[in-house]
Design a protein. Structure first.
Length: 172
């Protein structure tokens, strides 16, 4: 094999002047194809608005995040995080759920991310989080909405804080 010495301002054309297998560059994987499970898209929806309820039944909050899967075989990994749970005097327990709907067909319960939380004091400032891998079987828009309820009084899910729903399409 012949070696060529390059001067300080010369370059090698990799397409025509190099043969054989090249090492993987820094940070590369060397992979030429990937198995299923890649992330197809990521959609993040945030709110800093106050979300509250006095309802003793699960009630829609209006905080909605949406994603449109690219294939019917994809799944959506849904994360919720942030917020700051606070309540008014006499309030004790809060439940919070993520509901989903496909193509505007009506909401149904997907998962609970605050389970009958009972804190002492009027303001407890706890953040929330939860996640679920959702099998959607659709290429229509899927909406995720926060629903909350309280046993008495008023409860705030996002009192002067930021609440984020992150959706990741996982390709099949």
């Amino acid at each position: 094999m012949a070696l060529t010495r390059l001067g300080p301002n010369q370059a090698v054309n990799l397409a025509t002047n190099v043969t054989g297998t090249l090492a993987t560059g820094n940070g590369g994987t060397g992979a030429t194809s990937f198995a299923p499970g890649k992330v197809g898209q990521v959609v993040v929806t945030e709110t800093t608005g106050n979300i509250s309820t006095t309802s003793t039944s699960l009630a829609a909050t209006g905080f909605i995040a949406s994603i449109t899967p690219s294939a019917t075989t994809s799944k959506v990994l849904v994360f919720i995080a942030g917020g700051k749970l606070t309540n008014g005097p006499g309030t004790g327990r809060i439940d919070a759920h993520i509901y989903s709907q496909t193509g505007g067909g009506g909401y149904s319960d997907l998962f609970k991310f605050v389970d009958d939380n009972n804190q002492a004091g009027d303001t407890f400032g706890q953040t929330v989080s939860g996640a679920e891998l959702h099998t959607t079987n659709t290429t229509s828009q899927v909406d995720y909405q926060v629903y909350i309820k309280v046993n008495s009084g008023t409860v705030y899910l996002n009192n002067d804080s930021q609440l984020t729903i992150t959706m990741m399409e996982i390709l099949a």
